[in-house]
Structures are given as structure tokens and as C-alpha cells.
Design a protein around this ligand. Structure first.
Ligand SMILES: *Cc1c(COP(=O)(O)O)cnc(C)c1O
Length: 389
């Protein structure tokens, strides 16, 4: 490696940050509360309905369904809980295997584990940063067999009960390709759309093309309720069961405490939903600002050789939740130099997640060849992305 050119790349990136973002310190992703947040929170406190019932939960669910085009939205306590219930409802059973990208946040695999199922890691494609339908198809053909209309891993004997598609940093995966694989092998698709509120694939909002999907409203996501999440689905029966399971599985009655299943206390408190209603109002503005920031970065990085900014896949509209730059070369030393230098200078940058297949709890899981996941992990850096920048 030539140290002169690596020094100049590192300096050039810092110059781009200075020009576009202004004086440090600049965080990676900060929430903004510039609309009706105070007003709705005050209303919520004044009503004393801050917890498990209240009008904001219903309102937030209705507004989420309207915005995403999903027939139903069920608000829950966080994105991980949304994924847990989504997987359970899609038929993930104890001892079965669930396909998911190795390139994702750890919550995706944890939710599988909460169902007592086993994560089975599959590779991504660079054009979407999400799972690659073509290579997953070839892989399933080589390792699986169909028995009684169900897909089994021939090597382990376990049934494969779901496939999770995750929209990395808000960029939509090739959902049409994934749904085709899903039909060929009869494996339901669960969408981890935690990062992708406001993202569209072929004109459709992500998160409800498969059987069921999950959103997150954690503090670092495009809108936040402090902590929160939602389950999206077009299936009325699944939506009703999601609501029931996430609200302690209590049967309807004016006063009796009767529960007909082992439910979960996963409901979103009314006070968080109040915040969510205000945040949703500002989502269109946030989406616009993020797209503008992307365009400014794109113009600037066009002049920096060796680096490009990740752009929304074809026929997709991304929310540009977290901006990502990629090095042309698989050069982990340079990646780490960039991380070190930018953070030292007050511009927060972060690497992508360590591949989940390398984490202690998941190191012995089944996996396919993760060649693209490894390459992207070594080359990708997330850069400051707040909507107010
Ligand atoms: C944030 C996130 C989650 C989990 O959401 P929480 O609300 O933090 O529980 C799950 N998957 C992905 C890809 C995420 O980015």
C-alpha cells in the first residue's frame, strides 16, 4: 500500500466533512424535535393516560398504516420485540432454522434466538447491501430438500421456517427477487425494516411485501419515540394476533383478568406514541433533508478517488437513514485510519456491524459463503447523517 495516497484519501475525506458539515463536533445521527412533540407530550401528561392505554397509540398505529400503505400497524415497545413477534407469527418454531443476512444489527439474530430457533447466515449483494436472491437460491438448491411442501436443511435435518430480509441503512433489498425464492422453497419472508421507514421499492413502501415486517423508533432511527417499534402486515388475522400477543394475550372483558396464551408485555406506552405522532408529522421534511445531504456528499465524493458514496438501488427510493461510503479496495488498514482520523477530528464515523457469524453467541451457526458480506464489512464506513445537517 502506498502511504502517500492513503494519507491524501484520509485528508480529502476530512475536507469534505469540513465543507459540508461545518465545525465539529458532529454526531453520527441525532434526533430532532421541532414540531408538536412538546404539545402532544403535555396533552398526554395532562390526560394521565401515559401508559398502556390512550388515544395516541391508536392514532400512531393508524398514521403508520396510512404512511406505509400497510393494512395494519401494531405499535410495540421496540424494534427487537416487533421482530420477535413477527417471527413467532410467521411460524418460526423451536429447533427450526431462520435464514438472515450475516450483515445486520445483532437484534435480527437475537429475535430468532428468542423463538428458540437457529440463525442460518446468508450473503448479501453489493448493489443493495441486502440479501442476494440469486446466491441464496443456488445455496438453497444445494443444501435443502422439500418434504411435504416444507423446506429442510439436508445437513442438519432442521426445517427452514423463515427468511429475514433487512433493508440496510434504509436501502431497499431486492424484495421481488427474495419473494421469488420464498415461493420456490415455500419459506415465508419477514422484513426487518427497522432502518427503512420512508423507503420504497418499485413505488411500494417496504416492510409489508412479505408476510409481516418490523419497524424501529429507537433514538438513532429516522424518527424516534424514545424507544419503540411496530409490526406491519397486510394480513388482518396476523395483525389481530400481533396485538393480542403483545398486550399480554388478555381476552376482552370489562374486568376479568383472563389470558388465553403466554403473551408479552410489548405494548408501546401512550407517552411514547404521543412523541411518535409528532415525529411522523416531520418525517417528509426529514426525508427531504436526508436526500439533500446525500446529494451534497455525492458531489463532493465524486472528486475523491478511491471512495464512493452508496446510492439507492435501481427502482428504489431510499430514506438515506445512514449515509455510507465504500472504499474501492478491500483495505481494512485504510478503513481504520479513516475511522481513527475522522473521530479524532470530531466527525463521528462508524464501521458497519461485525458480521454476526463472527460473534461469540453465533459463531457455530450454519452459514453460506459470506464473500460479499466480508468485503462490504471491510470497506464500508457510516458518516454523519442527521436530518438537520
Ligand atoms: C435498530 C434495529 C433493530 C432493533 O430495533 P430496536 O428498536 O433498537 O430494538 C433491529 N434490526 C435492525 C437492522 C436495526 O437497525
Amino acid at each position: 500500500m502506498n502511504s502517500v495516497s492513503s494519507d491524501s484519501i484520509v485528508d480529502n475525506i476530512l475536507q469534505v466533512f469540513k465543507n459540508i458539515l461545518g465545525e465539529p463536533p458532529i454526531g453520527l445521527h441525532e434526533p430532532t424535535f421541532e414540531g408538536n412533540e412538546w404539545k402532544y407530550l403535555k396533552e398526554c401528561l395532562d390526560s394521565t393516560f401515559v401508559s398502556s392505554v390512550g388515544k395516541y397509540v391508536d392514532l400512531f398505529e393508524a398514521q403508520l398504516a396510512e404512511f406505509t400503505g400497510a393494512k395494519h400497524a401494531v405499535a410495540v415497545v421496540n424494534g427487537t420485540a416487533a421482530l420477535h413477534i413477527a417471527l413467532k407469527l410467521s411460524g418460526v418454531s423451536p429447533g427450526s432454522e431462520v435464514l438472515l443476512p450475516a450483515f445486520t444489527f445483532v437484534a435480527t439474530a437475537n429475535a430468532v434466538t428468542y423463538c428458540q430457533a437457529k440463525p442460518h447466515f446468508i450473503d448479501i449483494e453489493e448493489k443493495t447491501l441486502g440479501i442476494c436472491p440469486a446466491s441464496v437460491y443456488e445455496y438453497l438448491k444445494s443444501i435443502s430438500e422439500m418434504r411435504g411442501g416444507k423446506c429442510f436443511n439436508r445437513q442438519t435435518g432442521c426445517e427452514i421456517t423463515a427468511m429475514i430480509a433487512m433493508h440496510s441503512f434504509g436501502h431497499p433489498v431486492d424484495i421481488e427477487g427474495i419473494l421469488k425464492v420464498s415461493r420456490d422453497f415455500n419459506i415465508p419472508v419477514v422484513e426487518d425494516a427497522a432502518e427503512a421507514l420512508g423507503s420504497y421499492s418499485h413505488g411500494e413502501h417496504v416492510g409489508h411485501s412479505g408476510l409481516i415486517g418490523a419497524l424501529s423508533f429507537n433514538g438513532n432511527k429516522i424518527i424516534t419515540t424514545g424507544g419503540g417499534g411496530a409490526i406491519l402486515t397486510d394480513n388482518q388475522d396476523l395483525a389481530a394476533r400481533a396485538k393480542h400477543l403483545t398486550t399480554t394475550a388478555k381476552t376482552a372483558h370489562p374486568w376479568e383478568y383472563r389470558h388465553d396464551a403466554i403473551g408479552f408485555n410489548y405494548r408501546l406506552p401512550n407517552i411514547n406514541a404521543a412523541l411518535g405522532c409528532a415525529q411522523l408529522e416531520s418525517l417528509p421534511q426529514k426525508l427531504q433533508n436526508k436526500r439533500k445531504l446525500f446529494n451534497r456528499y455525492k458531489n463532493a465524493f465524486e472528486k475523491v478517488s478511491g471512495i464512493f458514496i452508496f446510492e439507492e438501488p435501481e427502482n428504489c427510493k431510499s430514506n438515506y437513514w445512514l449515509q455510507a461510503i465504500l472504499l474501492n479496495e478491500d483495505d481494512i488498514v485504510l478503513r481504520n485510519e479513516i475511522l481513527d482520523y475522522s473521530n479524532k477530528n470530531g466527525y463521528c464515523t462508524r464501521p458497519a456491524w461485525e458480521l454476526l457469524s463472527t460473534l461469540d453467541p453465533y459463531i457455530n451457526c450454519q452459514k453460506m459463503d459470506l464473500i460479499n458480506s466480508k468485503s462490504v464489512q471491510n470497506r464500508l464506513i457510516n458518516i454523519p447523517s442527521s436530518a438537520h445537517l
